[in-house]
Design a protein around this ligand. Structure first.
Ligand code: C5P
Length: 219
């Protein structure tokens, strides 16, 4: 197995997670969803009734967070202690609060260190998030910023939620989260050496193939 790290960043609704999971599956690589780790940290803070405005309390909670995350692209499970929270971390109550935890500097430092350990241990892995190409794994052999127009992202996020949501409310939520997130890391512009993959006019398969093509070039 090659030692090869594929780092992918992008905003929510860019299709990042499904694209990276599919690419990892086809490549036979491991997969790390770093957003799930920020979501799990948020779940834990809410579970422990930590005041999210209290920076020290949030950092302490993340320090003691008993987190396990699977790196199998086809079986994504994430647990905190004995609790399997794989489904719960996708709930709106988590999406609404996650940026508050993600902007906590100490929490980020801790989670970034955990992500580096997971990537190191896996060796051959597709890791995705907001700061993988720049902070977590800047020396990755493949570094890609996966983007999509605001329209494409809203369309996909709407479809993901079953099309039952009020379009205006959805737009507000997605753009609001982008704005909050962008204070923690810049994922809207590609850093030096990071390739932009714009999926706005690509099908899912085309996007996966484009990512795999870059990996094959690097191998
Ligand atoms: O990718 P996903 O939407 O699940 O990420 C959830 C949240 O986790 C993001 O909105 C962002 O606040 C945070 N995040 C981050 N850095 C990463 C991955 C996610 O700050 N590398």
């Amino acid at each position: 197995q090659p030692r090869l790290v594929i780092a992918v960043d992008g905003p929510s609704g860019s299709g990042k997670s499904s694209v990276c999971r599919a690419a990892a599956t086809q490549l036979g690589a491991a997969y790390l969803d770093t957003g799930a780790m920020y979501r799990a940290a948020t779940w834990y803070c809410l579970d422990q009734q930590v005041d999210l405005d209290d920076e020290d309390a949030v950092a302490l909670a993340v320090e003691e967070l008993p987190l396990t995350i699977s790196t199998d692209p086809q079986h994504q499970t994430i647990t905190v202690g004995q609790a399997d929270i794989s489904a719960e971390i996708r709930e709106p109550r988590i999406s609404e609060k996650v940026s508050e935890v993600a902007t906590n500097r100490r929490a980020r430092t801790l989670l970034v260190a955990a992500q580096r350990r997971i990537i190191d241990e896996a060796g051959f892995i597709v890791a995705e998030g907001r700061d993988i190409t720049t902070v977590v794994a800047p020396d990755a052999q493949v570094r890609v910023l996966l983007t999509a127009s605001a329209e494409a992202r809203l369309r996909r996020r709407g479809a993901q939620l079953g099309g039952t949501q009020d379009a205006e409310a959805l737009k507000r939520q997605v753009l609001e989260r982008d704005k909050k997130d962008s204070t923690a890391s810049n994922f809207t512009e590609a850093a030096d050496g990071v390739a932009v993959l714009d999926s706005s006019d690509l099908t899912f398969e085309e996007t996966v193939n484009s990512l795999i093509g870059r990996v094959e070039q690097a191998q």
